[in-house]
Design a protein around this ligand. Structure first.
Ligand code: ADP
Length: 377
Protein backbone atom coordinates (compact mmCIF):
# COMPACT_ATOMS: atom_id res chain seq x y z
CA UNK A 1 0.00 0.00 0.00
CA UNK A 2 1.12 3.53 -0.64
CA UNK A 3 0.12 7.12 -0.91
CA UNK A 4 -0.14 8.73 -4.35
CA UNK A 5 1.07 12.26 -4.98
CA UNK A 6 0.63 14.36 -8.09
CA UNK A 7 2.61 17.59 -8.36
CA UNK A 8 1.66 20.08 -11.08
CA UNK A 9 0.91 17.41 -13.66
CA UNK A 10 0.07 18.75 -17.12
CA UNK A 11 -0.73 16.57 -20.13
CA UNK A 12 -1.31 17.87 -23.65
CA UNK A 13 -2.38 16.01 -26.76
CA UNK A 14 -1.23 18.08 -29.76
CA UNK A 15 -3.01 21.36 -29.07
CA UNK A 16 -5.48 20.03 -26.46
CA UNK A 17 -4.51 20.53 -22.82
CA UNK A 18 -6.23 17.50 -21.28
CA UNK A 19 -5.16 18.26 -17.70
CA UNK A 20 -3.41 21.31 -16.32
CA UNK A 21 -1.36 21.71 -13.15
CA UNK A 22 -3.04 18.89 -11.29
CA UNK A 23 -1.79 18.49 -7.70
CA UNK A 24 -3.15 16.34 -4.89
CA UNK A 25 -1.95 13.77 -2.41
CA UNK A 26 -3.98 10.68 -1.58
CA UNK A 27 -3.01 9.32 1.85
CA UNK A 28 -2.27 5.62 2.14
CA UNK A 29 -5.45 3.51 2.16
CA UNK A 30 -7.94 6.23 1.19
CA UNK A 31 -10.60 5.97 -1.51
CA UNK A 32 -10.60 9.03 -3.76
CA UNK A 33 -13.06 9.66 -6.57
CA UNK A 34 -12.33 11.81 -9.61
CA UNK A 35 -15.58 13.21 -10.93
CA UNK A 36 -16.64 15.66 -13.60
CA UNK A 37 -18.35 15.89 -16.97
CA UNK A 38 -17.16 13.92 -19.94
CA UNK A 39 -13.87 15.25 -21.32
CA UNK A 40 -12.79 16.97 -18.09
CA UNK A 41 -9.59 14.90 -17.85
CA UNK A 42 -10.48 12.12 -15.39
CA UNK A 43 -9.18 9.25 -17.52
CA UNK A 44 -6.06 11.18 -18.44
CA UNK A 45 -5.18 11.54 -14.74
CA UNK A 46 -5.86 7.86 -14.20
CA UNK A 47 -3.82 6.77 -17.20
CA UNK A 48 -0.97 9.02 -16.10
CA UNK A 49 -0.93 7.41 -12.63
CA UNK A 50 -1.04 3.97 -14.27
CA UNK A 51 1.89 4.86 -16.51
CA UNK A 52 -0.11 4.49 -19.72
CA UNK A 53 0.46 8.18 -20.50
CA UNK A 54 3.52 10.33 -19.89
CA UNK A 55 2.86 13.79 -18.50
CA UNK A 56 4.38 16.80 -20.28
CA UNK A 57 5.37 18.26 -16.95
CA UNK A 58 5.03 17.64 -13.23
CA UNK A 59 5.97 14.84 -10.89
CA UNK A 60 4.15 11.70 -9.84
CA UNK A 61 5.04 9.79 -6.68
CA UNK A 62 3.78 6.41 -5.53
CA UNK A 63 4.84 5.98 -1.93
CA UNK A 64 8.23 7.69 -1.68
CA UNK A 65 9.21 6.87 -5.24
CA UNK A 66 9.21 9.34 -8.10
CA UNK A 67 7.71 7.20 -10.88
CA UNK A 68 7.70 9.61 -13.85
CA UNK A 69 10.05 7.35 -15.77
CA UNK A 70 9.00 4.00 -14.33
CA UNK A 71 7.10 1.85 -16.86
CA UNK A 72 3.50 0.85 -16.12
CA UNK A 73 4.19 -2.77 -15.24
CA UNK A 74 6.76 -1.81 -12.60
CA UNK A 75 4.48 0.68 -10.83
CA UNK A 76 2.60 -1.91 -8.82
CA UNK A 77 -0.79 -0.45 -9.67
CA UNK A 78 -3.78 -2.43 -10.88
CA UNK A 79 -6.35 -0.90 -13.18
CA UNK A 80 -9.92 -2.04 -13.80
CA UNK A 81 -11.62 -0.65 -16.88
CA UNK A 82 -15.25 -0.13 -17.75
CA UNK A 83 -15.19 -2.93 -20.33
CA UNK A 84 -13.49 -5.41 -17.92
CA UNK A 85 -10.95 -6.44 -20.60
CA UNK A 86 -10.95 -10.10 -19.57
CA UNK A 87 -9.10 -12.62 -21.72
CA UNK A 88 -11.96 -14.41 -23.54
CA UNK A 89 -10.08 -17.67 -24.19
CA UNK A 90 -9.06 -18.10 -20.53
CA UNK A 91 -11.15 -19.47 -17.68
CA UNK A 92 -11.99 -17.33 -14.67
CA UNK A 93 -9.20 -19.04 -12.72
CA UNK A 94 -6.70 -18.34 -15.49
CA UNK A 95 -7.84 -14.72 -15.73
CA UNK A 96 -7.38 -14.32 -11.97
CA UNK A 97 -3.97 -15.94 -12.12
CA UNK A 98 -2.70 -13.99 -15.11
CA UNK A 99 -0.97 -11.13 -13.32
CA UNK A 100 0.72 -13.50 -10.86
CA UNK A 101 1.90 -15.80 -13.62
CA UNK A 102 3.45 -12.83 -15.43
CA UNK A 103 5.41 -12.18 -12.25
CA UNK A 104 6.63 -15.78 -12.06
CA UNK A 105 4.91 -16.48 -8.77
CA UNK A 106 5.10 -20.22 -8.02
CA UNK A 107 2.12 -22.40 -8.95
CA UNK A 108 1.06 -23.43 -5.43
CA UNK A 109 1.03 -19.81 -4.27
CA UNK A 110 -0.99 -18.76 -7.35
CA UNK A 111 -3.58 -21.49 -6.71
CA UNK A 112 -4.01 -20.44 -3.10
CA UNK A 113 -4.23 -16.75 -4.00
CA UNK A 114 -6.79 -17.35 -6.78
CA UNK A 115 -8.99 -19.36 -4.42
CA UNK A 116 -8.80 -16.76 -1.67
CA UNK A 117 -9.66 -13.90 -4.01
CA UNK A 118 -12.46 -15.87 -5.70
CA UNK A 119 -13.99 -16.65 -2.32
CA UNK A 120 -13.80 -13.03 -1.19
CA UNK A 121 -15.74 -11.95 -4.30
CA UNK A 122 -18.15 -14.94 -4.26
CA UNK A 123 -17.00 -16.17 -7.66
CA UNK A 124 -15.36 -19.39 -6.42
CA UNK A 125 -18.08 -21.48 -8.10
CA UNK A 126 -17.26 -19.92 -11.49
CA UNK A 127 -13.54 -20.67 -11.68
CA UNK A 128 -13.82 -23.05 -14.65
CA UNK A 129 -16.06 -20.88 -16.79
CA UNK A 130 -15.02 -18.65 -19.65
CA UNK A 131 -15.95 -14.92 -19.56
CA UNK A 132 -18.73 -15.30 -22.14
CA UNK A 133 -20.46 -17.78 -19.82
CA UNK A 134 -20.75 -15.07 -17.12
CA UNK A 135 -23.24 -12.25 -16.53
CA UNK A 136 -22.02 -8.65 -16.69
CA UNK A 137 -21.87 -8.45 -12.91
CA UNK A 138 -19.85 -11.66 -12.67
CA UNK A 139 -17.41 -10.48 -15.35
CA UNK A 140 -17.02 -7.29 -13.39
CA UNK A 141 -16.09 -9.25 -10.25
CA UNK A 142 -13.54 -11.28 -12.17
CA UNK A 143 -11.97 -8.06 -13.45
CA UNK A 144 -11.81 -6.76 -9.87
CA UNK A 145 -10.49 -10.11 -8.67
CA UNK A 146 -7.73 -10.12 -11.27
CA UNK A 147 -6.64 -6.72 -9.97
CA UNK A 148 -6.88 -7.74 -6.30
CA UNK A 149 -4.99 -11.01 -6.82
CA UNK A 150 -1.78 -9.12 -7.46
CA UNK A 151 -2.04 -7.25 -4.13
CA UNK A 152 -1.18 -3.96 -5.82
CA UNK A 153 -0.10 -0.86 -3.93
CA UNK A 154 -2.73 1.19 -5.72
CA UNK A 155 -6.06 0.38 -7.29
CA UNK A 156 -7.24 2.40 -10.28
CA UNK A 157 -10.89 1.93 -11.22
CA UNK A 158 -12.13 3.66 -14.38
CA UNK A 159 -15.97 3.73 -14.45
CA UNK A 160 -16.05 0.08 -13.36
CA UNK A 161 -19.83 0.00 -12.82
CA UNK A 162 -21.09 1.80 -15.88
CA UNK A 163 -21.86 -1.35 -17.88
CA UNK A 164 -24.09 -2.82 -15.17
CA UNK A 165 -27.84 -2.37 -14.95
CA UNK A 166 -29.05 -0.11 -12.17
CA UNK A 167 -29.89 -2.69 -9.47
CA UNK A 168 -26.62 -4.53 -9.97
CA UNK A 169 -24.76 -1.26 -10.03
CA UNK A 170 -26.16 -0.29 -6.63
CA UNK A 171 -25.29 -3.71 -5.16
CA UNK A 172 -21.80 -3.77 -6.62
CA UNK A 173 -21.18 -0.24 -5.42
CA UNK A 174 -21.93 -1.30 -1.85
CA UNK A 175 -19.73 -4.38 -2.26
CA UNK A 176 -16.88 -2.27 -3.56
CA UNK A 177 -17.13 -0.10 -0.50
CA UNK A 178 -17.00 -3.13 1.78
CA UNK A 179 -14.11 -4.57 -0.18
CA UNK A 180 -12.17 -1.37 0.24
CA UNK A 181 -12.91 -1.31 3.96
CA UNK A 182 -11.54 -4.84 4.19
CA UNK A 183 -8.46 -4.50 1.98
CA UNK A 184 -7.58 -0.85 2.66
CA UNK A 185 -5.81 -0.43 -0.67
CA UNK A 186 -5.31 3.16 -1.82
CA UNK A 187 -7.91 3.60 -4.55
CA UNK A 188 -8.50 6.13 -7.31
CA UNK A 189 -11.93 5.80 -8.86
CA UNK A 190 -13.17 7.63 -11.94
CA UNK A 191 -16.82 8.28 -12.58
CA UNK A 192 -19.12 10.85 -14.16
CA UNK A 193 -21.86 9.63 -11.80
CA UNK A 194 -22.14 11.95 -8.83
CA UNK A 195 -24.09 9.40 -6.77
CA UNK A 196 -21.14 6.98 -7.00
CA UNK A 197 -18.81 9.81 -6.08
CA UNK A 198 -20.87 10.84 -3.05
CA UNK A 199 -21.41 7.31 -1.75
CA UNK A 200 -17.93 5.84 -2.23
CA UNK A 201 -15.43 8.59 -1.66
CA UNK A 202 -13.32 9.53 1.32
CA UNK A 203 -12.48 12.57 -0.79
CA UNK A 204 -13.88 13.80 -4.08
CA UNK A 205 -11.82 15.67 -6.68
CA UNK A 206 -14.18 17.66 -8.90
CA UNK A 207 -12.70 18.42 -12.31
CA UNK A 208 -13.81 20.63 -15.16
CA UNK A 209 -11.98 21.38 -18.40
CA UNK A 210 -8.78 19.77 -17.19
CA UNK A 211 -8.59 21.73 -13.94
CA UNK A 212 -9.35 20.89 -10.33
CA UNK A 213 -12.41 22.77 -9.12
CA UNK A 214 -12.51 21.48 -5.55
CA UNK A 215 -11.19 18.69 -3.33
CA UNK A 216 -13.03 17.65 -0.19
CA UNK A 217 -15.20 15.11 1.58
CA UNK A 218 -18.57 14.48 -0.08
CA UNK A 219 -20.37 16.24 2.76
CA UNK A 220 -18.15 19.32 2.74
CA UNK A 221 -18.36 19.77 -1.02
CA UNK A 222 -22.12 19.35 -0.96
CA UNK A 223 -22.51 21.85 1.88
CA UNK A 224 -20.00 24.39 0.59
CA UNK A 225 -19.32 24.08 -3.12
CA UNK A 226 -16.43 26.29 -4.26
CA UNK A 227 -18.22 27.45 -7.37
CA UNK A 228 -21.34 27.20 -9.49
CA UNK A 229 -20.03 24.30 -11.57
CA UNK A 230 -19.41 22.16 -8.48
CA UNK A 231 -22.75 23.21 -6.97
CA UNK A 232 -24.67 22.27 -10.08
CA UNK A 233 -22.74 19.03 -10.64
CA UNK A 234 -23.06 17.44 -7.19
CA UNK A 235 -26.60 16.80 -6.05
CA UNK A 236 -29.43 14.98 -7.71
CA UNK A 237 -31.70 16.57 -8.83
CA UNK A 238 -29.32 19.40 -9.58
CA UNK A 239 -29.28 22.72 -7.75
CA UNK A 240 -31.43 25.47 -9.31
CA UNK A 241 -29.45 28.51 -10.41
CA UNK A 242 -31.55 31.66 -10.67
CA UNK A 243 -30.10 34.89 -12.05
CA UNK A 244 -30.98 37.93 -9.95
CA UNK A 245 -30.12 41.63 -9.86
CA UNK A 246 -29.37 43.63 -6.74
CA UNK A 247 -31.79 46.55 -6.52
CA UNK A 248 -32.67 48.64 -3.52
CA UNK A 249 -31.15 46.31 -0.88
CA UNK A 250 -32.96 43.32 -2.42
CA UNK A 251 -32.33 40.62 -4.97
CA UNK A 252 -34.75 41.04 -7.83
CA UNK A 253 -35.98 37.78 -9.34
CA UNK A 254 -38.34 38.65 -12.17
CA UNK A 255 -40.91 40.96 -10.70
CA UNK A 256 -40.26 39.83 -7.12
CA UNK A 257 -37.79 41.08 -4.54
CA UNK A 258 -35.92 39.12 -1.89
CA UNK A 259 -34.73 41.48 0.82
CA UNK A 260 -30.99 41.05 1.44
CA UNK A 261 -30.24 40.75 5.17
CA UNK A 262 -27.86 43.44 6.51
CA UNK A 263 -25.22 40.83 7.45
CA UNK A 264 -25.14 39.64 3.87
CA UNK A 265 -24.96 43.19 2.53
CA UNK A 266 -21.87 43.69 4.71
CA UNK A 267 -20.32 40.54 3.33
CA UNK A 268 -21.09 40.96 -0.38
CA UNK A 269 -20.82 44.76 -0.67
CA UNK A 270 -23.29 44.55 -3.55
CA UNK A 271 -23.62 47.45 -5.96
CA UNK A 272 -26.94 48.70 -7.26
CA UNK A 273 -27.69 46.83 -10.50
CA UNK A 274 -25.07 44.12 -9.88
CA UNK A 275 -25.95 40.59 -11.05
CA UNK A 276 -25.83 37.53 -8.79
CA UNK A 277 -26.66 33.87 -9.37
CA UNK A 278 -28.78 32.49 -6.54
CA UNK A 279 -28.59 28.72 -6.02
CA UNK A 280 -31.14 26.58 -4.21
CA UNK A 281 -31.41 22.80 -4.07
CA UNK A 282 -34.77 21.32 -5.19
CA UNK A 283 -35.36 19.76 -1.77
CA UNK A 284 -34.87 23.10 -0.05
CA UNK A 285 -37.55 25.12 -1.79
CA UNK A 286 -40.59 25.62 0.35
CA UNK A 287 -43.85 25.84 -1.49
CA UNK A 288 -47.58 26.32 -1.10
CA UNK A 289 -50.19 24.32 -2.92
CA UNK A 290 -52.48 25.88 -5.54
CA UNK A 291 -55.21 26.88 -3.09
CA UNK A 292 -52.73 28.41 -0.66
CA UNK A 293 -51.06 30.18 -3.56
CA UNK A 294 -54.30 32.06 -4.17
CA UNK A 295 -54.27 33.28 -0.60
CA UNK A 296 -53.25 36.93 -0.47
CA UNK A 297 -53.10 36.94 3.34
CA UNK A 298 -50.45 34.27 3.21
CA UNK A 299 -48.42 36.30 0.78
CA UNK A 300 -48.68 39.36 3.01
CA UNK A 301 -47.44 37.23 5.93
CA UNK A 302 -44.51 36.04 3.90
CA UNK A 303 -43.63 39.57 2.88
CA UNK A 304 -43.80 40.59 6.52
CA UNK A 305 -41.25 37.87 7.28
CA UNK A 306 -39.11 39.27 4.46
CA UNK A 307 -39.45 36.02 2.59
CA UNK A 308 -40.08 36.17 -1.09
CA UNK A 309 -43.09 34.40 -2.50
CA UNK A 310 -42.52 33.49 -6.14
CA UNK A 311 -45.31 32.30 -8.35
CA UNK A 312 -44.36 29.44 -10.61
CA UNK A 313 -46.33 27.39 -13.09
CA UNK A 314 -46.07 23.60 -12.90
CA UNK A 315 -44.96 22.12 -16.22
CA UNK A 316 -44.05 18.49 -15.48
CA UNK A 317 -44.79 16.29 -12.46
CA UNK A 318 -42.52 13.24 -12.04
CA UNK A 319 -43.48 10.85 -9.21
CA UNK A 320 -40.36 9.11 -7.86
CA UNK A 321 -42.09 7.01 -5.19
CA UNK A 322 -41.27 8.61 -1.87
CA UNK A 323 -40.95 12.04 -3.45
CA UNK A 324 -42.20 13.88 -6.46
CA UNK A 325 -40.08 16.04 -8.70
CA UNK A 326 -41.81 19.09 -10.09
CA UNK A 327 -40.47 21.13 -12.96
CA UNK A 328 -42.00 24.55 -12.98
CA UNK A 329 -41.43 27.71 -14.94
CA UNK A 330 -40.52 30.94 -13.30
CA UNK A 331 -40.61 34.21 -15.24
CA UNK A 332 -37.24 35.84 -14.58
CA UNK A 333 -35.64 39.01 -15.89
CA UNK A 334 -35.55 38.44 -19.62
CA UNK A 335 -36.54 34.79 -19.93
CA UNK A 336 -38.51 31.97 -18.40
CA UNK A 337 -36.36 29.77 -16.16
CA UNK A 338 -37.15 26.22 -15.15
CA UNK A 339 -36.97 25.48 -11.45
CA UNK A 340 -37.04 22.00 -9.99
CA UNK A 341 -38.73 21.28 -6.66
CA UNK A 342 -38.61 18.01 -4.80
CA UNK A 343 -41.75 17.59 -2.70
CA UNK A 344 -43.29 14.78 -0.62
CA UNK A 345 -45.30 12.26 -2.64
CA UNK A 346 -48.44 13.31 -0.77
CA UNK A 347 -48.45 16.68 -2.54
CA UNK A 348 -50.98 16.61 -5.34
CA UNK A 349 -50.51 18.90 -8.27
CA UNK A 350 -50.78 18.83 -12.03
CA UNK A 351 -49.30 20.44 -15.04
CA UNK A 352 -50.73 23.95 -15.34
CA UNK A 353 -51.19 24.47 -11.57
CA UNK A 354 -49.66 27.52 -10.00
CA UNK A 355 -47.55 27.21 -6.87
CA UNK A 356 -46.08 29.79 -4.61
CA UNK A 357 -42.52 28.95 -3.67
CA UNK A 358 -40.35 30.53 -1.11
CA UNK A 359 -36.57 30.92 -0.90
CA UNK A 360 -34.85 31.03 2.44
CA UNK A 361 -31.44 32.65 2.95
CA UNK A 362 -30.41 29.82 5.26
CA UNK A 363 -30.67 27.48 2.29
CA UNK A 364 -29.40 29.77 -0.40
CA UNK A 365 -26.07 29.78 -2.26
CA UNK A 366 -24.84 32.88 -4.05
CA UNK A 367 -22.38 32.90 -6.96
CA UNK A 368 -20.59 35.53 -8.98
CA UNK A 369 -22.29 35.21 -12.38
CA UNK A 370 -19.15 35.99 -14.38
CA UNK A 371 -16.55 33.84 -12.57
CA UNK A 372 -18.98 31.34 -10.98
CA UNK A 373 -17.12 31.69 -7.67
CA UNK A 374 -19.18 30.97 -4.54
CA UNK A 375 -19.80 34.15 -2.52
CA UNK A 376 -22.17 32.70 0.08
CA UNK A 377 -22.42 30.74 2.38
P1 ADP B 1 -12.72 12.18 -19.25
O1 ADP B 1 -12.10 10.90 -18.82
O2 ADP B 1 -13.00 13.11 -18.12
O3 ADP B 1 -13.93 11.99 -20.13
P2 ADP B 1 -10.32 12.44 -20.85
O4 ADP B 1 -9.22 12.43 -19.85
O5 ADP B 1 -10.58 11.20 -21.60
O6 ADP B 1 -11.66 12.97 -20.17
O7 ADP B 1 -10.03 13.58 -21.91
C1 ADP B 1 -9.64 14.91 -21.56
C2 ADP B 1 -9.44 15.73 -22.83
O8 ADP B 1 -8.34 15.24 -23.56
C3 ADP B 1 -10.61 15.69 -23.79
O9 ADP B 1 -10.73 16.95 -24.39
C4 ADP B 1 -10.20 14.66 -24.80
O10 ADP B 1 -10.81 14.90 -26.06
C5 ADP B 1 -8.71 14.85 -24.86
N1 ADP B 1 -8.01 13.59 -25.20
C6 ADP B 1 -7.98 12.47 -24.45
N2 ADP B 1 -7.21 11.51 -25.03
C7 ADP B 1 -6.74 12.05 -26.19
C8 ADP B 1 -5.89 11.59 -27.26
N3 ADP B 1 -5.35 10.36 -27.23
N4 ADP B 1 -5.64 12.44 -28.28
C9 ADP B 1 -6.16 13.68 -28.30
N5 ADP B 1 -6.95 14.19 -27.34
C10 ADP B 1 -7.25 13.40 -26.30
Amino acid sequence: MANVRLENITKRYQNVTAIENISFKIPDGEFWVLVGPSGCGKSTIMRTIAGLETANSGNLYIGDNLVNNIPARQRDVAMVFQNYALYPHMTVAENLAFGLRMRNVDAARIKERVETVARSLSIDHLLNRKPKQLSGGQQQRVALGRAIARSPKVFLLDEPLSNLDSQLRDDTRAELKQLHQRLGITTVYVTHDQVEAMTLADKIVVLNKGKIQQIGSPQSIYAKPANRMVAAFLGNPAMNILPAIYVNESFQLGNQFLACPPSLQKRLHPKEGQGFDLGIRPENIEFFTPSAAENDDLKRDLWALEKVPLDVEVKVVEPLGRETLIRASLPLLSAETTVQLQVPASVRCRSGDRLTVQLDFDRLFIFDPSTGEALYP
